[in-house]
Design a protein around this ligand. Structure first.
Ligand code: SAM
Length: 155
């Protein structure tokens, strides 16, 4: 963990925040170590989630960009994952879903995209990434949050 989180922290800069979520404590600890070494700890909030939920309801409607990289296939209920992602997004927020093509077949990825659409995400592009299947989405117009009402948090 950290391969994307550290560059994202540099991108958001001092007024932004990156929230990094993982099931495993050791992954979260490794990211925290790397963030300290890179001097970007202040920009990164780490959280552990449970198997069946990202546990980010407090961020509903607040997320500008969600990167779901090589993790959706690990999550037991992709439909619920997509509902949670759709609810997290701010009005112009985007999700980039990327899965390893070696582990996730075209049919399995298509099922994830169908789940995203059912959750109110509109797929805008399927960018070509090496050894990945990828889809960029945003909230469909009129989509309703599946989590509790947006609370504008912030640091
Ligand atoms: C292949 S790694 C990808 C990690 C990171 N996204 C990256 O690209 O560097 C898959 C990660 O998914 C996490 N994971 C597995 N099941 C999960 C779940 N139900 N909810 C959240 N994360 C989960 C694992 O702990 C592991 O760190």
């Amino acid at each position: 963990m950290g391969y994307f989180t550290l560059p994202l922290a540099e991108l958001v800069g001092p007024t932004g925040r990156v929230v990094a979520v993982d099931l495993q404590a050791r992954m979260v600890r490794a990211l925290e170590r790397r963030a300290r070494r890179a001097g970007v700890s202040e920009l990164i909030e780490t959280r552990r989630c449970g198997t069946d939920s990202l546990g980010l309801a407090d961020l509903a409607g607040c997320v500008d960009f969600a990167l779901v990289f090589a993790v959706a296939h690990e999550i037991p209920d992709v439909g619920k994952l997509m509902v949670e992602l759709a609810a997290l997004l701010a009005a112009n927020g985007r999700v980039l879903l990327a899965e390893p093509s070696g582990h996730v077949s075209a049919g399995e990825f298509a099922a994830s995209i169908a789940a995203a659409r059912s959750a109110g995400l509109a797929v805008e592009a399927q960018p070509a990434l090496a050894r990945r299947r990828a889809a960029a989405s945003r909230r469909s117009r009129g989509a309703v949050s599946g989590l509790r009402s947006p609370s504008r948090g912030g640091r």
